[in-house]
Design a protein around this ligand. Structure first.
Ligand SMILES: *Cc1c(COP(=O)(O)O)cnc(C)c1O
Length: 457
Protein backbone atom coordinates (compact mmCIF):
# COMPACT_ATOMS: atom_id res chain seq x y z
CA UNK A 1 0.00 0.00 0.00
CA UNK A 2 2.41 2.67 1.19
CA UNK A 3 4.15 4.38 -1.72
CA UNK A 4 6.48 6.23 0.64
CA UNK A 5 9.41 4.53 2.36
CA UNK A 6 9.92 4.87 6.09
CA UNK A 7 13.04 6.91 6.87
CA UNK A 8 14.56 8.65 9.87
CA UNK A 9 14.06 12.39 10.27
CA UNK A 10 17.73 12.96 9.47
CA UNK A 11 17.42 11.01 6.23
CA UNK A 12 14.36 13.00 5.19
CA UNK A 13 16.15 16.24 5.95
CA UNK A 14 19.24 15.23 4.03
CA UNK A 15 17.32 14.16 0.94
CA UNK A 16 15.17 17.28 1.18
CA UNK A 17 18.22 19.52 1.36
CA UNK A 18 19.86 17.86 -1.63
CA UNK A 19 16.98 17.53 -4.03
CA UNK A 20 14.05 19.76 -3.18
CA UNK A 21 13.73 23.42 -4.11
CA UNK A 22 11.00 24.76 -1.81
CA UNK A 23 8.43 27.45 -2.65
CA UNK A 24 8.85 30.81 -0.83
CA UNK A 25 11.99 29.67 1.02
CA UNK A 26 15.46 31.03 1.68
CA UNK A 27 17.46 27.91 0.86
CA UNK A 28 20.68 28.99 2.55
CA UNK A 29 18.79 29.38 5.81
CA UNK A 30 16.90 26.15 5.26
CA UNK A 31 20.13 24.25 4.66
CA UNK A 32 21.58 25.49 7.93
CA UNK A 33 18.46 24.87 9.96
CA UNK A 34 16.96 21.87 8.10
CA UNK A 35 13.33 21.48 7.23
CA UNK A 36 10.53 20.56 9.61
CA UNK A 37 9.16 17.26 8.33
CA UNK A 38 5.42 16.90 8.87
CA UNK A 39 4.38 13.27 8.65
CA UNK A 40 0.72 13.10 9.60
CA UNK A 41 -2.25 15.08 10.88
CA UNK A 42 -5.55 14.63 12.64
CA UNK A 43 -8.30 17.12 13.47
CA UNK A 44 -6.60 20.47 14.09
CA UNK A 45 -3.20 18.91 14.85
CA UNK A 46 -0.17 18.19 12.69
CA UNK A 47 2.61 15.84 13.80
CA UNK A 48 6.29 16.15 12.86
CA UNK A 49 8.83 13.40 12.29
CA UNK A 50 9.88 13.56 15.96
CA UNK A 51 6.30 12.96 17.03
CA UNK A 52 5.70 16.53 18.23
CA UNK A 53 2.04 17.51 18.15
CA UNK A 54 1.41 21.02 16.84
CA UNK A 55 -1.94 22.82 16.76
CA UNK A 56 -2.26 24.05 13.19
CA UNK A 57 -3.26 27.67 13.63
CA UNK A 58 -2.92 28.28 9.87
CA UNK A 59 -5.08 25.41 8.49
CA UNK A 60 -2.08 24.35 6.40
CA UNK A 61 -1.90 27.40 4.14
CA UNK A 62 -5.37 28.78 4.91
CA UNK A 63 -7.00 25.77 3.33
CA UNK A 64 -7.67 22.78 5.63
CA UNK A 65 -10.86 24.38 6.87
CA UNK A 66 -12.68 21.13 7.64
CA UNK A 67 -9.68 19.82 9.58
CA UNK A 68 -7.51 16.78 8.91
CA UNK A 69 -8.59 13.17 8.62
CA UNK A 70 -12.14 13.79 7.39
CA UNK A 71 -13.26 10.39 6.14
CA UNK A 72 -15.99 11.72 3.83
CA UNK A 73 -13.44 13.73 1.83
CA UNK A 74 -11.08 10.77 1.60
CA UNK A 75 -13.88 8.46 0.51
CA UNK A 76 -15.13 10.95 -2.08
CA UNK A 77 -11.67 11.15 -3.68
CA UNK A 78 -11.11 7.44 -3.65
CA UNK A 79 -14.58 6.56 -5.00
CA UNK A 80 -14.24 9.09 -7.80
CA UNK A 81 -10.80 7.82 -8.71
CA UNK A 82 -12.23 4.31 -9.07
CA UNK A 83 -15.14 5.51 -11.21
CA UNK A 84 -13.36 8.08 -13.40
CA UNK A 85 -9.93 9.31 -12.22
CA UNK A 86 -9.56 11.83 -15.02
CA UNK A 87 -11.34 13.22 -17.95
CA UNK A 88 -11.18 16.73 -19.41
CA UNK A 89 -13.87 19.33 -19.90
CA UNK A 90 -12.43 20.76 -23.10
CA UNK A 91 -14.39 21.02 -26.32
CA UNK A 92 -17.78 19.51 -25.62
CA UNK A 93 -17.13 17.14 -22.73
CA UNK A 94 -18.11 17.19 -19.07
CA UNK A 95 -18.44 14.68 -16.23
CA UNK A 96 -20.89 14.43 -13.33
CA UNK A 97 -18.62 15.79 -10.53
CA UNK A 98 -17.82 19.02 -12.40
CA UNK A 99 -21.49 19.57 -13.24
CA UNK A 100 -22.65 18.82 -9.71
CA UNK A 101 -20.04 21.13 -8.21
CA UNK A 102 -20.87 23.96 -10.62
CA UNK A 103 -24.49 23.95 -9.52
CA UNK A 104 -23.56 23.65 -5.84
CA UNK A 105 -21.26 26.68 -6.13
CA UNK A 106 -24.08 28.63 -7.74
CA UNK A 107 -26.27 27.70 -4.79
CA UNK A 108 -23.90 29.16 -2.16
CA UNK A 109 -22.94 32.31 -4.14
CA UNK A 110 -24.68 35.64 -4.63
CA UNK A 111 -27.44 35.67 -7.28
CA UNK A 112 -25.36 37.35 -10.02
CA UNK A 113 -23.25 34.20 -10.13
CA UNK A 114 -24.65 31.39 -12.23
CA UNK A 115 -21.48 30.09 -13.85
CA UNK A 116 -18.05 28.91 -12.87
CA UNK A 117 -14.80 28.39 -14.79
CA UNK A 118 -12.45 25.87 -13.17
CA UNK A 119 -8.69 25.99 -12.67
CA UNK A 120 -6.19 24.08 -10.59
CA UNK A 121 -5.19 26.84 -8.15
CA UNK A 122 -5.80 30.40 -7.05
CA UNK A 123 -3.00 31.70 -9.26
CA UNK A 124 -4.49 30.04 -12.33
CA UNK A 125 -7.88 31.45 -11.37
CA UNK A 126 -6.48 34.96 -11.38
CA UNK A 127 -4.69 34.39 -14.69
CA UNK A 128 -8.05 33.31 -16.05
CA UNK A 129 -9.60 36.55 -14.83
CA UNK A 130 -6.96 38.74 -16.52
CA UNK A 131 -7.80 37.08 -19.82
CA UNK A 132 -11.56 37.13 -19.26
CA UNK A 133 -11.68 40.75 -18.18
CA UNK A 134 -9.76 41.94 -21.24
CA UNK A 135 -11.75 39.72 -23.58
CA UNK A 136 -14.96 41.09 -22.07
CA UNK A 137 -14.01 44.69 -22.82
CA UNK A 138 -12.86 43.74 -26.33
CA UNK A 139 -16.25 42.18 -26.95
CA UNK A 140 -17.93 45.27 -25.53
CA UNK A 141 -16.16 47.34 -28.21
CA UNK A 142 -13.78 48.99 -25.73
CA UNK A 143 -10.41 47.35 -26.48
CA UNK A 144 -8.55 50.23 -24.81
CA UNK A 145 -10.05 49.19 -21.52
CA UNK A 146 -7.41 46.69 -20.40
CA UNK A 147 -5.80 48.08 -17.25
CA UNK A 148 -6.47 46.35 -13.95
CA UNK A 149 -6.06 48.22 -10.67
CA UNK A 150 -4.78 46.29 -7.66
CA UNK A 151 -3.18 47.30 -4.36
CA UNK A 152 0.23 47.44 -2.76
CA UNK A 153 0.92 44.41 -0.59
CA UNK A 154 -1.89 42.40 -2.17
CA UNK A 155 -1.41 38.68 -2.75
CA UNK A 156 -3.08 37.07 -5.75
CA UNK A 157 -0.72 34.16 -6.47
CA UNK A 158 2.61 33.34 -8.03
CA UNK A 159 2.18 32.88 -11.77
CA UNK A 160 3.37 35.80 -13.89
CA UNK A 161 -0.04 37.42 -14.19
CA UNK A 162 -1.13 36.63 -10.62
CA UNK A 163 2.14 37.93 -9.15
CA UNK A 164 1.68 41.07 -11.26
CA UNK A 165 -1.78 41.53 -9.81
CA UNK A 166 -0.22 41.09 -6.39
CA UNK A 167 1.49 44.06 -4.84
CA UNK A 168 4.49 42.38 -3.25
CA UNK A 169 7.49 44.52 -4.18
CA UNK A 170 10.03 41.76 -3.50
CA UNK A 171 8.21 39.41 -5.87
CA UNK A 172 8.07 42.04 -8.61
CA UNK A 173 11.75 42.80 -8.25
CA UNK A 174 12.88 39.22 -8.87
CA UNK A 175 11.32 38.85 -12.28
CA UNK A 176 10.62 42.14 -14.00
CA UNK A 177 6.99 42.37 -12.92
CA UNK A 178 4.32 43.63 -13.06
CA UNK A 179 3.41 42.89 -16.67
CA UNK A 180 1.99 45.90 -18.56
CA UNK A 181 -1.56 46.98 -17.82
CA UNK A 182 -1.55 46.30 -14.09
CA UNK A 183 -1.20 49.22 -11.65
CA UNK A 184 -1.28 49.45 -7.87
CA UNK A 185 -2.84 51.84 -5.37
CA UNK A 186 -2.81 52.18 -1.58
CA UNK A 187 -3.82 49.33 0.71
CA UNK A 188 -6.38 50.01 3.50
CA UNK A 189 -3.88 49.32 6.28
CA UNK A 190 -4.80 51.77 9.02
CA UNK A 191 -2.46 50.43 11.73
CA UNK A 192 0.47 50.66 9.30
CA UNK A 193 -0.37 54.27 8.44
CA UNK A 194 0.70 57.33 10.45
CA UNK A 195 -2.70 57.03 12.19
CA UNK A 196 -3.36 60.74 11.73
CA UNK A 197 -6.88 59.94 10.53
CA UNK A 198 -9.57 57.91 12.25
CA UNK A 199 -9.92 54.39 10.77
CA UNK A 200 -13.18 55.42 9.07
CA UNK A 201 -11.64 58.49 7.49
CA UNK A 202 -8.63 56.45 6.48
CA UNK A 203 -10.84 53.83 4.79
CA UNK A 204 -12.40 56.48 2.56
CA UNK A 205 -9.01 57.94 1.68
CA UNK A 206 -7.59 54.51 0.80
CA UNK A 207 -10.61 53.73 -1.40
CA UNK A 208 -10.30 57.08 -3.13
CA UNK A 209 -6.74 56.23 -4.19
CA UNK A 210 -8.54 53.94 -6.66
CA UNK A 211 -10.61 56.84 -7.93
CA UNK A 212 -7.51 59.02 -8.24
CA UNK A 213 -5.84 56.32 -10.36
CA UNK A 214 -8.92 56.04 -12.55
CA UNK A 215 -8.89 59.79 -13.14
CA UNK A 216 -5.15 59.78 -13.78
CA UNK A 217 -5.30 57.03 -16.41
CA UNK A 218 -8.81 57.73 -17.75
CA UNK A 219 -11.88 55.65 -16.92
CA UNK A 220 -11.98 54.46 -20.54
CA UNK A 221 -8.70 52.61 -19.91
CA UNK A 222 -9.68 50.83 -16.68
CA UNK A 223 -11.04 47.30 -16.95
CA UNK A 224 -11.30 46.15 -13.36
CA UNK A 225 -10.31 46.49 -9.74
CA UNK A 226 -9.13 43.45 -7.77
CA UNK A 227 -8.90 43.11 -3.99
CA UNK A 228 -8.96 40.46 -1.28
CA UNK A 229 -11.90 41.27 1.02
CA UNK A 230 -9.33 40.93 3.83
CA UNK A 231 -5.70 40.78 2.71
CA UNK A 232 -4.28 37.46 3.85
CA UNK A 233 -0.62 36.90 3.02
CA UNK A 234 -0.02 40.65 3.37
CA UNK A 235 -0.70 40.35 7.12
CA UNK A 236 -4.45 39.88 7.64
CA UNK A 237 -5.27 43.49 6.94
CA UNK A 238 -8.87 44.15 7.89
CA UNK A 239 -10.05 47.28 6.07
CA UNK A 240 -11.99 49.96 7.98
CA UNK A 241 -15.80 49.60 7.68
CA UNK A 242 -15.95 52.53 5.29
CA UNK A 243 -13.58 51.02 2.74
CA UNK A 244 -15.53 48.41 0.74
CA UNK A 245 -18.75 50.44 0.35
CA UNK A 246 -16.67 53.26 -1.11
CA UNK A 247 -14.83 50.84 -3.45
CA UNK A 248 -18.19 49.50 -4.62
CA UNK A 249 -19.42 53.04 -5.26
CA UNK A 250 -16.32 53.86 -7.31
CA UNK A 251 -16.53 50.68 -9.41
CA UNK A 252 -20.24 51.31 -10.07
CA UNK A 253 -19.74 54.95 -10.92
CA UNK A 254 -17.04 54.26 -13.53
CA UNK A 255 -18.48 50.97 -14.80
CA UNK A 256 -15.41 49.05 -13.67
CA UNK A 257 -15.55 45.30 -13.04
CA UNK A 258 -15.06 44.34 -9.41
CA UNK A 259 -13.00 41.24 -8.61
CA UNK A 260 -13.16 39.94 -5.03
CA UNK A 261 -10.31 37.46 -4.54
CA UNK A 262 -12.00 34.94 -2.23
CA UNK A 263 -9.19 32.39 -2.24
CA UNK A 264 -8.87 32.71 1.55
CA UNK A 265 -12.13 34.39 2.53
CA UNK A 266 -14.39 32.03 0.54
CA UNK A 267 -16.44 29.15 1.99
CA UNK A 268 -16.95 30.41 5.50
CA UNK A 269 -13.67 31.79 6.85
CA UNK A 270 -15.32 35.09 7.91
CA UNK A 271 -18.54 33.54 9.22
CA UNK A 272 -20.35 34.15 5.92
CA UNK A 273 -20.08 32.03 2.79
CA UNK A 274 -17.90 34.66 1.14
CA UNK A 275 -15.98 37.76 2.18
CA UNK A 276 -18.15 39.62 -0.32
CA UNK A 277 -21.20 38.67 1.74
CA UNK A 278 -19.48 39.82 4.93
CA UNK A 279 -18.68 43.23 3.44
CA UNK A 280 -21.95 43.45 1.44
CA UNK A 281 -20.29 43.97 -1.93
CA UNK A 282 -21.50 42.54 -5.24
CA UNK A 283 -18.46 41.54 -7.29
CA UNK A 284 -18.41 40.57 -10.95
CA UNK A 285 -15.81 37.85 -10.36
CA UNK A 286 -14.87 35.70 -7.38
CA UNK A 287 -11.69 33.67 -7.79
CA UNK A 288 -11.57 30.83 -5.25
CA UNK A 289 -9.25 27.89 -4.40
CA UNK A 290 -7.78 26.71 -1.06
CA UNK A 291 -10.80 26.05 1.18
CA UNK A 292 -13.05 24.79 -1.64
CA UNK A 293 -11.58 21.30 -1.11
CA UNK A 294 -10.23 21.99 2.40
CA UNK A 295 -6.90 21.46 0.65
CA UNK A 296 -7.35 17.70 0.27
CA UNK A 297 -6.85 18.00 -3.50
CA UNK A 298 -5.91 21.02 -5.62
CA UNK A 299 -8.75 22.98 -7.18
CA UNK A 300 -9.39 26.58 -8.12
CA UNK A 301 -11.97 28.43 -10.12
CA UNK A 302 -13.72 31.68 -10.89
CA UNK A 303 -17.33 32.52 -10.22
CA UNK A 304 -18.30 34.63 -13.24
CA UNK A 305 -21.28 37.00 -13.01
CA UNK A 306 -24.00 37.06 -15.63
CA UNK A 307 -22.83 40.51 -16.73
CA UNK A 308 -19.60 38.94 -18.04
CA UNK A 309 -20.63 35.35 -18.72
CA UNK A 310 -23.55 36.36 -20.96
CA UNK A 311 -21.23 38.44 -23.14
CA UNK A 312 -18.59 35.72 -23.33
CA UNK A 313 -21.18 33.11 -24.27
CA UNK A 314 -22.95 35.32 -26.84
CA UNK A 315 -20.01 36.97 -28.51
CA UNK A 316 -16.64 35.37 -27.87
CA UNK A 317 -16.92 32.35 -30.14
CA UNK A 318 -14.32 30.05 -28.63
CA UNK A 319 -12.52 31.46 -25.56
CA UNK A 320 -9.04 30.05 -26.06
CA UNK A 321 -8.25 29.31 -22.45
CA UNK A 322 -8.28 26.30 -20.14
CA UNK A 323 -6.15 23.95 -18.10
CA UNK A 324 -5.72 20.21 -18.47
CA UNK A 325 -6.97 19.94 -14.90
CA UNK A 326 -9.81 22.48 -15.15
CA UNK A 327 -12.50 20.73 -13.12
CA UNK A 328 -10.51 17.59 -12.30
CA UNK A 329 -13.09 14.95 -11.35
CA UNK A 330 -11.45 13.79 -8.11
CA UNK A 331 -10.92 17.39 -6.96
CA UNK A 332 -14.52 18.22 -7.79
CA UNK A 333 -15.77 15.18 -5.89
CA UNK A 334 -13.79 16.27 -2.83
CA UNK A 335 -15.10 19.82 -3.17
CA UNK A 336 -18.69 18.57 -3.25
CA UNK A 337 -18.13 16.44 -0.15
CA UNK A 338 -16.39 19.36 1.57
CA UNK A 339 -19.12 21.92 0.81
CA UNK A 340 -21.79 19.44 1.91
CA UNK A 341 -19.88 18.81 5.13
CA UNK A 342 -19.69 22.57 5.76
CA UNK A 343 -23.45 22.84 5.14
CA UNK A 344 -24.39 19.77 7.17
CA UNK A 345 -22.32 20.75 10.21
CA UNK A 346 -23.28 24.42 9.85
CA UNK A 347 -19.61 25.39 10.09
CA UNK A 348 -20.25 28.86 8.65
CA UNK A 349 -22.85 29.57 11.30
CA UNK A 350 -20.55 28.10 13.94
CA UNK A 351 -17.84 30.62 13.02
CA UNK A 352 -20.33 33.47 13.07
CA UNK A 353 -22.07 32.63 16.35
CA UNK A 354 -19.87 30.29 18.35
CA UNK A 355 -16.16 29.63 17.85
CA UNK A 356 -15.60 32.93 16.01
CA UNK A 357 -16.77 35.20 18.84
CA UNK A 358 -15.16 32.86 21.40
CA UNK A 359 -11.68 33.04 19.86
CA UNK A 360 -12.06 36.72 18.95
CA UNK A 361 -12.68 37.64 22.58
CA UNK A 362 -9.55 35.90 23.79
CA UNK A 363 -7.57 37.20 20.84
CA UNK A 364 -8.53 40.79 21.60
CA UNK A 365 -7.32 40.31 25.19
CA UNK A 366 -3.80 39.65 23.87
CA UNK A 367 -3.63 43.45 23.53
CA UNK A 368 -2.94 43.48 27.29
CA UNK A 369 0.48 41.99 26.63
CA UNK A 370 3.19 44.69 26.56
CA UNK A 371 4.40 43.51 23.12
CA UNK A 372 1.02 43.57 21.39
CA UNK A 373 0.17 46.86 19.67
CA UNK A 374 -2.88 45.81 17.70
CA UNK A 375 -5.18 42.80 17.46
CA UNK A 376 -7.80 42.06 14.84
CA UNK A 377 -9.88 39.02 13.92
CA UNK A 378 -12.91 38.51 11.71
CA UNK A 379 -14.46 35.06 11.72
CA UNK A 380 -11.44 32.81 12.16
CA UNK A 381 -8.92 35.06 10.41
CA UNK A 382 -6.77 37.21 12.66
CA UNK A 383 -3.52 38.98 13.38
CA UNK A 384 -1.68 40.80 16.11
CA UNK A 385 1.20 43.20 15.74
CA UNK A 386 4.33 43.06 17.87
CA UNK A 387 5.56 46.53 18.83
CA UNK A 388 8.46 47.91 20.82
CA UNK A 389 6.32 50.51 22.51
CA UNK A 390 2.60 51.20 22.42
CA UNK A 391 2.64 54.87 23.33
CA UNK A 392 4.27 56.46 21.51
CA UNK A 393 3.90 53.75 18.90
CA UNK A 394 7.30 52.33 18.03
CA UNK A 395 8.16 49.25 15.97
CA UNK A 396 11.18 46.99 16.38
CA UNK A 397 13.94 47.21 13.79
CA UNK A 398 13.37 44.53 11.20
CA UNK A 399 16.87 43.10 11.92
CA UNK A 400 15.68 42.15 15.42
CA UNK A 401 13.29 39.69 13.85
CA UNK A 402 10.66 40.03 16.58
CA UNK A 403 7.94 38.38 14.50
CA UNK A 404 10.13 35.45 13.52
CA UNK A 405 11.19 34.94 17.15
CA UNK A 406 7.60 34.85 18.31
CA UNK A 407 6.63 32.38 15.56
CA UNK A 408 9.55 30.12 16.54
CA UNK A 409 8.49 30.18 20.20
CA UNK A 410 4.92 29.40 19.16
CA UNK A 411 5.96 26.38 17.14
CA UNK A 412 8.39 25.15 19.80
CA UNK A 413 5.48 25.27 22.25
CA UNK A 414 3.03 23.49 20.00
CA UNK A 415 1.14 26.08 17.94
CA UNK A 416 1.78 26.88 14.29
CA UNK A 417 1.10 30.45 13.17
CA UNK A 418 2.87 32.61 10.60
CA UNK A 419 4.91 35.79 10.90
CA UNK A 420 4.59 38.52 8.26
CA UNK A 421 7.29 40.91 9.43
CA UNK A 422 6.27 41.62 13.04
CA UNK A 423 2.67 40.67 12.42
CA UNK A 424 1.60 37.23 13.63
CA UNK A 425 -1.28 35.80 11.65
CA UNK A 426 -3.75 33.08 12.49
CA UNK A 427 -6.41 31.13 10.57
CA UNK A 428 -7.28 27.88 12.36
CA UNK A 429 -9.57 25.16 11.01
CA UNK A 430 -13.33 25.75 11.31
CA UNK A 431 -13.67 22.73 13.62
CA UNK A 432 -11.49 24.27 16.35
CA UNK A 433 -13.07 23.43 19.72
CA UNK A 434 -13.28 25.81 22.66
CA UNK A 435 -10.62 23.77 24.45
CA UNK A 436 -8.32 23.97 21.44
CA UNK A 437 -8.94 27.72 21.21
CA UNK A 438 -7.90 28.02 24.88
CA UNK A 439 -4.76 26.04 24.12
CA UNK A 440 -3.94 28.28 21.16
CA UNK A 441 -4.33 31.40 23.29
CA UNK A 442 -2.41 30.07 26.31
CA UNK A 443 0.50 29.10 24.09
CA UNK A 444 0.41 32.52 22.47
CA UNK A 445 0.74 34.25 25.85
CA UNK A 446 3.65 32.00 26.68
CA UNK A 447 5.35 32.62 23.33
CA UNK A 448 4.90 36.38 23.77
CA UNK A 449 6.57 36.24 27.19
CA UNK A 450 9.46 34.23 25.77
CA UNK A 451 9.77 36.67 22.85
CA UNK A 452 9.80 39.61 25.23
CA UNK A 453 12.58 37.99 27.25
CA UNK A 454 14.59 37.20 24.11
CA UNK A 455 14.24 40.75 22.79
CA UNK A 456 15.31 42.22 26.14
CA UNK A 457 18.65 40.38 25.93
C1 LIG B 1 -3.11 31.66 -1.89
C2 LIG B 1 -3.76 32.78 -2.63
C3 LIG B 1 -3.76 32.83 -4.03
C4 LIG B 1 -3.00 31.84 -4.86
O1 LIG B 1 -3.51 30.56 -4.79
P1 LIG B 1 -2.57 29.32 -5.21
O2 LIG B 1 -3.50 28.17 -5.12
O3 LIG B 1 -1.42 29.27 -4.27
O4 LIG B 1 -2.13 29.58 -6.61
C5 LIG B 1 -4.48 33.82 -4.65
N1 LIG B 1 -5.14 34.74 -3.94
C6 LIG B 1 -5.15 34.75 -2.60
C7 LIG B 1 -5.94 35.78 -1.87
C8 LIG B 1 -4.43 33.78 -1.89
O5 LIG B 1 -4.40 33.80 -0.57
Amino acid sequence: MAAIEKRSREDWQELDKNHHLHPFTNHKELHEQRSRIITRADGVYIFDADGNRILDGMSGLWCVNAGYGRQELITAASAQMQELPYYNNFFQCAHPPVIELSSLLKEVSQPQFNRVFFAGSGSESNDTIVRMVRTYWDLMGQPERHTIISRDNAYHGSTVAAASLGGMKAMHKQSGLPIPGIVHVDQPYWFGSDQALSPDEFGIVAARSIEAKIKELGADKIAAFIGEPIQGAGGVIVPPDTYWPEVQRICDEYGILLIADEVITGFGRLGEWFGSDYFSITPDFMPFAKGVTSGYLPLGGVMVSDRVADVLIDKAGEFFHGYTYSGHPASCAVAIANLKLIQRDNLVGRIKDDIGPYLQGKWAALADHPLVGDTRMVGLMGAFEIVKSKSPLQRFDQEQGAGGKCRDHLIANGVCMRAVGDTIICAPPFILSHGEADELIETTWKALDLTQAALAE
